[in-house]
Design a protein around this ligand. Structure first.
Ligand SMILES: [Zn+2]
Ligand SMILES: [Zn+2]
Length: 243
C-alpha cells in the first residue's frame, strides 16, 4: 500500500456512530492486537468482539451498573484479537455479583469460546452469581433480543496451520437492526457475497481492511475491496487496518 494512502486512512480510535437512540462505539480494532465494540440500542448495551482491554473500556464508558446489565455478547470468531477480554469480563461480572443472565452468541465450532467457558465454569461454578448461556449459531437465521433484530451471516476467514495449509475459521458477520436503522459489522473476512448483500443500504457498515496488499486473499479484505462494499452503505468505517 502506498504510504500516502496509508496516511489517509489512518484513524484514531475510538470510532463512534450515532443516530437517534442507536449507536456504536469501536474502542479498538487492530489486527493481532485487539478489537472491542459497544452497541447501544435504547437502554440496551451489547458487547461485540470482546478483545483485550474491553473491561477497561466498558468501565470507563458505561460504568459498573450498566456493565452488570449487559445481556448479550456477540463474537464473530475465535481469534485472540476478538475474544482476549472474555475471561476478565466474565470474572468481573462474577466479582461484582451480576444477577441477570448473559448470553454469548458465537459461531458453531468456535472452540476458543467453548474452552474459555469450560475453564471458567470449572474454576467458578460454585461461586457464580449469574447464568451464562452459550448460544452457538448454526444457521444464518435472524433472531431478536432486547428489541434488536440480529442477522448473523457466514463470512470467509482463513488461518494458517502449522502444516503450511490454511483452514476456514468458524466466522460470522452480524447485522443489527433497531428502530428502522441497521448496522452491519463484517468481523474479519475476505471479500464475500454475503457481506456485499448485508452491507448494502446499511446506515453504517463496519468493514475490515486487514489485507495490506492489493492482491486479494482469503483472510482479509484489501482496502479497495472494503471501500467498494462500503460505498453501498449510507456510511462506512474501515477498521482492522494494520498499523
Ligand atoms: Zn482480527
Ligand atoms: Zn481473525
Amino acid at each position: 500500500m502506498q504510504k500516502l494512502q496509508r496516511e489517509m486512512i489512518k484513524r484514531e480510535y475510538p470510532l463512534q456512530w450515532k443516530k437517534k437512540n442507536f449507536s456504536i462505539k469501536i474502542f479498538c480494532s487492530i489486527p493481532n492486537i485487539a478489537t472491542g465494540i459497544l452497541l447501544k440500542a435504547g437502554k440496551t448495551h451489547f458487547v461485540i468482539d470482546p478483545g483485550d482491554g474491553i473491561l477497561r473500556d466498558l468501565n470507563k464508558e458505561i460504568g459498573v451498573k450498566n456493565l452488570l446489565d449487559i445481556s448479550d455478547v456477540f463474537v464473530t470468531h475465535g481469534h485472540h484479537d476478538h475474544i482476549g477480554g472474555v475471561w476478565s469480563l466474565l470474572t468481573y461480572l462474577r466479582v461484582m455479583q451480576k444477577k441477570t443472565p448473559l448470553t454469548i452468541h458465537y459461531p458453531e465450532g468456535c472452540v476458543e469460546i467453548e474452552s474459555i467457558y469450560n475453564a471458567f465454569a470449572k474454576v467458578y461454578s460454585n461461586s457464580l452469581s449469574y447464568k451464562i448461556k452459550l448460544r452457538a449459531i448454526k444457521k444464518a437465521s435472524s433472531f431478536s433480543t432486547n428489541e434488536v433484530k440480529v442477522k448473523p451471516f457466514p463470512v470467509i476467514h482463513k488461518e494458517n496451520l502449522s502444516s503450511g495449509r490454511t483452514r476456514q475459521v468458524p466466522a460470522l458477520g452480524y447485522n443489527f437492526s433497531f428502530n428502522g436503522m441497521k448496522i452491519c459489522y463484517g468481523g474479519d473476512t475476505a471479500y464475500c457475497e454475503a457481506l456485499v448483500t448485508h452491507a448494502k443500504n446499511a446506515d453504517l457498515a463496519i468493514l475490515e481492511a486487514g489485507h495490506d496488499e492489493d492482491t486479494p486473499d482469503e483472510m482479509h479484505m484489501t482496502m479497495n475491496e472494503a471501500i467498494s462494499i462500503g460505498k453501498s452503505a449510507k456510511k462506512y468505517f474501515l477498521v482492522h487496518v494494520p498499523e
